[in-house]
Design a protein around this ligand. Structure first.
Ligand SMILES: *Cc1c(COP(=O)(O)O)cnc(C)c1O
Length: 379
């Protein structure tokens, strides 16, 4: 079955009413038919019929055997980190969602997990970071916000040889463009808040795995720690996913046009978009994905231009988050990446000139016209 069809139909069987859309089961608990018997559902922290259909869907889209739906992307990252114990070592990308860094540094490291951050785009750096106690590598590709591309097949090969897990946060490209499990990764994580749900109206997170032992371990963590997605929110994500392919195409169309347009603006110093042929990760990205997504980072000539642009756009809104129908622009150094030290920001190019744009699905001309008026008004 093609991906677009799966987005609509891979939900598992519908109930006997003939309802085209899944029922929303607002029940915290489920009655047992008799002693020692169950309907398959016992208590909503463990599983819920609406949420189970979403999990079936997301597992199908990522080509995994099991998915779990969490109350946020960070809850999913946190559950995965619960697989590790004091003394374990994890290699992470040095450019990640800011909240993941915050979790690793302030909570996991304090609990005895050891971290080394590397440029995951550079295989030599990964190899050099491996230790006898290395249990996993955690990465994003493209990274947030500097859009670095990492070779998932090559990294998975290194991980297999050294017996550690590959964990990929696939929020930016979604399975529409990139399927990390098929490329060799062990665990995929999503902030479902972003492209999967896609409408800036719900928080959700996912883990997806392709191997039963890992599925069992994560399900145990999940039902024990309880960061489960509610049935109403699960329904919203199911509805969002139906149009994922259409939305991703329009996000990408807008991003491609805007990246090219930004490159021609005198106040723009450089544009980071993996769909640009001169992007250093262009070839690797092309070899492992079917697209480049809708996220663009770009640097302007100075901090004052950045400020005036953020305040000057009208259709595009100055807000955190990404992957929704509405275009959003943000300022990583002041908004999403405040947990990094100034030195770390400088090393990664997260300067006071760098802006991150999540292109929505509005008409391309309107978005470019909005950016154009904001640039024109800069004093
Ligand atoms: C937003 C985001 C997260 C965190 O997800 P929440 O749903 O906000 O908790 C994790 N990873 C990436 C890449 C994100 O963009």
């Amino acid at each position: 079955m093609e991906f677009a069809t799966k987005c609509i139909h891979s939900l598992g069987a519908n109930d006997a009413t003939g309802s085209i859309t899944p029922a929303i089961y607002i029940s915290s608990t489920f009655a047992h038919p008799k002693l020692g018997d169950t309907t398959g559902f016992n208590y909503t922290r463990e599983s819920n019929p609406t949420r189970a259909r979403l999990e079936t869907l997301v597992a199908a889209l990522e080509e995994g055997i099991d998915a779990l739906a969490f109350s946020s992307g960070m809850a999913a990252v946190d559950a995965v980190m619960n697989l590790f114990a004091p003394g374990d070592h994890i290699i992470t990308g040095n450019d990640l969602y800011g909240g993941s860094f915050r979790l690793f540094r302030n909570i996991n490291a304090r609990n005895g997990v050891e971290f080394t951050t590397v440029h995951t785009s550079k295989l030599e750096e990964i190899k050099a970071a491996i230790k006898p106690n290395t249990k996993a590598i955690f990465l994003e590709t493209p990274t947030n916000p500097t859009m670095e591309i990492s070779d998932l097949r090559a990294i998975s090969k290194i991980a297999k040889e050294n017996n550690f897990l590959v964990i990929v946060d696939n929020t930016f490209l979604t399975p529409y463009f990139q399927k990390p499990l098929a490329l060799g990764a062990d665990i995929v994580i999503h902030s479902g808040t972003k492209y999967l749900a896609g409408h800036n109206d719900v928080l959700a997170g996912f883990t997806v795995v392709k191997e039963q032992t890992l599925a069992d371990k994560l399900r145990l963590i999940y039902k024990t720690t309880g960061a489960c997605l509610g049935a109403l929110d699960a329904w919203l994500v199911i509805r969002g996913i139906k149009t994922l392919p259409l939305r991703m195409e329009q996000h990408q169309k807008n991003a491609t046009a805007i990246a090219a347009w930004l490159q021609k603006q005198p106040r723009v110093k450089y544009v980071l978009y993996p769909g640009l042929a001169e992007h250093p990760g262009y070839a690797v990205n092309k070899a492992q994905t079917s697209g480049f997504g809708g996220m663009i980072s770009f640097a302007v000539d100075n901090a004052e231009t950045a400020r005036q642009l953020l305040e000057g756009v009208k259709l595009i809104q100055f807000a955190e988050s990404l992957g929704g129908t509405e275009s959003l622009i943000t300022y990583p150094i002041r908004q999403t990446h405040t947990d990094l030290t100034p030195e770390e920001c400088a090393e990664k190019g997260i300067t006071d000139c760098l802006l991150r744009l999540s292109t929505g699905i509005e008409a391309t001309e309107d978005l470019i016209a909005d950016l154009a008026q904001a640039f024109t008004d800069i004093q």
